[in-house]
Design a protein around this ligand. Structure first.
Ligand SMILES: [Fe+2]
Length: 224
């Protein structure tokens, strides 16, 4: 059984699933692949969201999902938090961690001056005492991605990145080197997006046990 560590499946939370119908399709596609646990990581944009309101909305959305989908996979509440300069001082930041853990999924802005990114991540880790998980490492410019992996935080890759024949071996090498720790679908509005996850299970078959063990460890709030 597999864990999908990054998914936008909560209806109405963001530009991922916008209806229970979409969510139902996403969850049945996930179950067909043998995904038993999904970390629900709806976007949290610090510039427009408030933590309290976001959490209320997430709870309602989760309930809506559980009421409308029969026997869903285990859904773990989390968030995909966009890194901003001010994020390290956001009140209640810890409430955006994955379930009861100290791990928090952080999306790094793709086009920006870099220095503040590393300072902000360092503050989240050393001042707020949280453990960043870097979302979709495959999205960033190579030198930034390398520096993020050098920092020693947990790192997640999107299944779609493995579809690129040109880059596939590079990503597999990073997984072997333990510079990438977690696999996510990052599904948004279309259940068909799980086809990438399905293919990645085959492409990564020798490495899936380690990636899934890493997910388990994080969900148990243990170090990698
Ligand atoms: Fe995402």
């Amino acid at each position: 059984m597999y864990t999908d560590f990054h998914a936008h499946i909560l209806p109405g939370m963001d530009h991922g699933s916008t209806s229970t119908e979409t969510t139902r399709n996403q969850l049945s596609a996930a179950k067909e692949l043998g995904i038993s646990t999904i970390v629900a990581t709806s976007h949290f944009y610090p510039d427009i969201h408030r933590v309290g309101r976001y959490l209320e909305k997430r709870e309602l959305s989760l309930k809506r999902l559980q009421d409308s989908v029969e026997d869903p996979p285990h859904i773990i509440p989390g968030a995909e938090v966009t890194l901003t300069y001010e994020l390290p001082s956001l009140p209640d930041l810890e409430k955006l961690c994955i379930s009861d853990t100290d791990y928090i999924l952080i999306e790094v802005p793709e086009y920006t001056q870099t220095k503040w990114i590393f300072d902000a991540l360092y503050k989240i880790s050393s001042v707020r005492k949280l453990r960043p998980v870097i979302a979709h490492i495959d999205r960033y410019e190579e030198s930034i991605a390398e520096e993020l992996m050098d920092m020693g935080y947990a790192v997640q890759i999107n299944a779609e990145a493995l579809m690129s024949i040109r880059n596939r071996n590079k990503w597999i090498r990073k997984i072997v080197q333990k510079r990438i720790d977690l696999l996510g679908s990052d599904v948004h509005s279309d259940a068909k997006e799980y086809k990438y996850f399905s293919r990645s299970l085959k492409i990564l078959k020798d490495h899936i046990p380690t990636l899934m063990q890493n997910a388990d460890r994080i969900l148990q709030n243990r170090p990698l």
